[in-house]
Design a protein around this ligand. Structure first.
Ligand SMILES: [Zn+2]
Length: 338
């Protein structure tokens, strides 16, 4: 199947455990993502995010360097099963050698501390995608949670800063993928305005199905799709279920099929809605494993083939499911990474 997952926080969890004196192995540890489960689930690629959680005690850039060191240790310790890649061709090479591929990404543009030189340094370390913000403002821009507002009111005012505009333009020049998950709505439209290449929302769903501001509005889905971008379906229960707007669910004709596969069913609702308005070419997977709480019915890396089969049984053609599981992201890698 060669499944591609655009987002997980596993490296952050491994480093945090190490700080507590606990060793967790990427090979077969107790986290949501491990190499054994990925192999069982028919994975080709995992994007490993370096999640920079703001902390007054250390600089964000130093934290990201620590996370890179953790990632590299894991790559060395498991080089028989997985290796880091930076292009689509390297993914294919690994596939031929029977190996998994790891893409290095950053979640939280504060890692750059506002410096384009630091962005270039991170590119040299193999970072090929960056989520511009997490849930607080940084030198680049603003999240979609505005102080004092609820989870359902998007931030339409605060977009990219001057630094942010420079950063996204430099990312395009370098061949790095811009990720708008977590970014304010205003920031999304700035990315659209100041860039030319396809970009992603690596782990976000459809706001029309679940109204959280972490999800994308229909207009954003249509515009991102027109640009050739990809949206990674996030498995977080809140972003999948939220306060679902029943009229949308009825429109897409899925009311009758609600069954015990609650997680799969919710993923199907978002996937169907995105396909209806943006086309199947804009959909990928961005699980957010190890960054979200588990729940009953949640897919796991080893149940990805069942998810693919479920989508096939519920209105998607096999070739469309192939696009969702890996084809769309491979196309994007070819277009943006060079
Ligand atoms: Zn996130």
């Amino acid at each position: 199947m060669n499944m591609i997952d655009m987002h997980c926080d596993t490296i952050y969890e491994i480093l945090e455990a190490k700080k507590r004196g606990e060793i967790i192995s990427l090979r077969d540890g107790r986290l949501m993502v491990n190499l054994n489960k990925m192999k069982q689930g028919g994975y080709g690629v995992q994007n490993f995010a370096l999640f920079v959680k703001q902390d007054e005690r250390s600089s964000a850039f130093e934290t990201v360097k620590e996370l890179i060191a953790t990632f590299q240790e894991e790559m060395r310790a498991n080089s028989d099963l997985i290796s880091q890649v930076t292009t689509a061709d390297e993914i294919l090479e690994n596939q031929r050698a029977g190996k998994l591929s790891a893409f290095l990404t950053i979640e939280g543009g504060e890692a750059l501390e506002g410096s384009v030189d630091k962005l270039r340094y991170l590119y040299e370390q193999g970072v090929r995608m960056m989520t511009l913000t997490w849930n607080y403002p940084n030198e680049i821009g603003f999240p979609n949670f505005k102080q004092g507002l609820d989870f359902y009111t998007p931030n339409l005012e605060d977009g990219l800063t001057e630094t942010g505009i420079n950063v996204v333009q430099e990312m395009e020049k370098l061949g790095m993928i811009i990720d708008v998950s977590h970014l304010s709505d205003a920031g999304f439209y700035d990315v659209l305005k100041y860039t030319k290449k396809p970009f992603v929302a690596s782990h976000s769903n459809a706001r029309a199905v679940s109204p959280w501001v972490r999800n994308l509005s229909d207009d954003m889905i249509v515009k991102l799709a027109k640009r050739g971008g990809v949206i990674g379906i996030n498995f977080c229960a809140d972003f999948l279920k939220g306060q679902r707007k029943s009229e949308i669910i009825e429109t897409i004709g899925l009311m009758a099929s609600k069954d015990s596969s609650a997680g799969f069913y919710d993923i199907l609702c978002h996937t169907r809605h995105m396909a209806n308005i943006g086309g199947v070419e804009c959909i990928g997977i961005g699980s957010d494993f190890d960054g979200i709480p588990g729940y009953e019915g949640m897919p796991t890396p080893d149940t990805m083939p069942q998810l693919a089969e479920y989508l096939c049984k519920n209105g998607f053609h096999e070739s469309e499911v192939d696009l969702i599981m890996h084809g769309n992201v491979m196309r994007l890698y070819r277009e943006v990474l060079g």
